[in-house]
Design a protein around this ligand. Structure first.
Ligand code: TXA
Ligand code: MG
Length: 499
């Protein structure tokens, strides 16, 4: 049976990068390396893949490299960690060999010799070559900022999974596994979901923002099913989810530099970029617009689904049109239930509000929807982003309806119970519980510590709970409109807009 592996870069990833090491005494493991590898070794074969051009340059002897590697392997073995093999390329880049990273030579060798399933494997490293290596064999790259990672960060050619160090890399990878208690879906289920997508079906899947309802972007009838299941107006365009930079580029005619900067910084993550669409993107997806909305979600299940489907996935939030977005698999089940072929459970969404949408359709960037990436962080990177006034964005963004994200119970945004609701059943939604909370039938406190990110993560589940209390009114206290507060207030305004 084929098994997944993790291919590990050596210097700067597992141990301090101190140049060309010629002696075991120079080896200095990072403090979290052993623990990270021990955890990974429970589910993956482990390999080390290292470029040692110092050999060809005459700076170190091949035997010395071997001695250092032997020391590393033995040392890890003592901690119960088995490195299956250490692959060393001793050449200079100018030698034109086949084995220097990012050439996939050694990974193919591992696949043949040890039955490694490269598609389910990972490469961890602190150089852009390491993630490029992953891309070439259909594995997932994880870029660490240890070693030279930070120095080379600017050279990454596209959005990547970027983490501080080997420990965080291991955590990210392990969070993807079926054994992960929090996630209710197995690798088999992800594979099955990918198959459904490829054969024209619709699947609900988790992302870090909200659950999406996905279909093959190029399959018009699959896309039509999404609209039917959601009861969504056909002119309201869908967001297209991509697994990597290559996929993103194939869907657009142009990718302006400032949009690329945002993608490099915030992808995978809760940011959607609206760009001039490539002619291959069907009009059904974009509501007839000349633009397409793209996002690379930062959820391991979503990324695995995208990679295995091998296709971009068009997906709106997995709720009936106009209703509160789902932030758990149960929410999807409650709202759409039998109507979707499969619901992949990825646990609760940790961002909790939809992605921020920035349009590059006009002459300057425009904020179409505040969301999971705060506007401040976007402007810090690319300068001022235009915020359209009421009505101004209508032609660009037909999906912006005044009433949206709404529970069945009326919502009122304010500090006081309105006169007409006095003596009725009123529930409160607030950042922090106020002193006079007894006047409410129930209170949903979004973050006891006043943390706006936590508040966003709790928002939709809290709205749902209030909606089940047979209330006459939900009073929502305003939140500060900074950071994530902007997205929360946007949703509360839409929830409270008169229907
Ligand atoms: O976080 C999210 O963005 C989630 C997850 C599933 O990725 N998706 C999501 O999709 O919120 P949805 O359908 O609920 O919102 C998509 C919105 C549309 O209503 C529209 O406002 C905007 O994205 N949109 C999509 N394509 C567009 C385009 N070409 N031009 C302008 N706006 C577009
Ligand atoms: Mg390195």
């Amino acid at each position: 049976m084929s098994r997944p592996a993790v291919f590990l870069d050596r210097d700067g990833t597992l141990i301090e990068d101190r140049g060309h090491l010629s002696c075991p005494s120079q080896v200095q493991f990072f403090p979290t390396t052993v623990d990270a590898l021990r955890r990974l070794s429970e589910d993956f074969l482990l390999f080390i893949v290292t470029n040692q051009s110092g050999v060809a340059e005459g700076l170190i002897r091949a035997e010395a490299v071997e001695e250092v590697n032997k020391y590393i392997v033995t040392r890890l073995q003592a901690d119960g960690i088995r490195i299956v093999q250490v692959y060393v390329c001793p050449h200079r880049r100018s030698d034109g060999c086949q084995c220097i990273k990012p050439q996939p030579y050694f990974l193919h060798q591992a696949a043949q010799q040890y039955g490694v399933d490269l598609q389910r494997s990972f490469v961890i490293g602190d150089h852009p070559h390491d993630v490029e290596l992953a891309r070439r064999v259909g594995a997932q790259g994880v870029y660490v900022c240890s070693g030279h990672g930070w120095k080379h960060f600017q050279e990454l050619t596209g959005p990547q999974i970027v983490v501080p160090d080997i420990r965080a890399a291991a955590e990210w990878i392990l969070s993807l596994l079926p054994s992960s208690a929090q996630w209710g879906c197995s690798a088999q289920q992800i594979a099955q979901a990918a198959q459904i997508i490829r054969s024209g079906g619709v699947v609900a899947f988790p992302t870090e923002t909200v659950y999406g309802l996905g279909a093959n972007v190029f399959d018009r009838s699959a896309v039509e099913q999404i609209f039917q299941i959601k009861n969504r107006p056909r002119h309201d365009p869908l967001i297209v989810h991509v697994a990597d930079w290559e996929q993103a580029k194939q869907l657009v005619r142009e990718f302006p530099e400032s949009a690329q900067m945002l993608a490099r910084r915030f992808w995978p993550g809760p940011l959607t970029l609206v760009l001039p669409k490539h002619p291959t993107v069907p009009d059904e997806v974009t509501g007839g617009l000349p633009t397409v909305a793209l996002r690379m979600p930062n959820h391991a299940v979503a990324l695995a689904l995208l990679r295995q489907a091998g296709l971009p996935i068009a997906a709106p939030s997995a709720n009936p049109f106009g209703r509160v977005s789902p932030t758990s698999a149960d929410h999807v089940r409650d709202q759409l239930g039998e109507r979707v072929e499969m619901i992949l459970d990825g646990g609760p969404c940790w961002v909790g509000v939809e992605s921020t949408i920035v349009s590059f359709a006009g002459s300057s960037p425009m904020l179409l929807r505040p969301g999971g990436v705060p506007l401040e962080q976007i402007e810090a990177l690319i300068g001022p982003v235009h915020i359209p006034g009421p009505g101004e964005s209508a032609p660009l963004c037909p999906g912006r309806f005044p009433r949206h994200y709404a529970p069945h119970t009326p919502v009122r945004l304010g500090w006081e119970i309105p006169a007409e609701a006095k003596g009725k059943r009123v529930g409160l939604l607030c950042l922090q519980r106020p002193p006079q909370a007894e006047q409410f039938v129930c209170v949903e406190e979004l973050s006891p510590s006043g943390d706006l990110e936590q508040a966003a993560a709790n928002l939709y589940a809290a709205l749902r709970r209030l909606d089940q209390m047979a209330l006459d009114l939900i009073l929502a206290h305003p939140l500060p409109e900074v950071g994530m507060g902007r997205a929360i207030m946007d949703r509360l305004r839409k929830a409270s807009a008169a229907s």
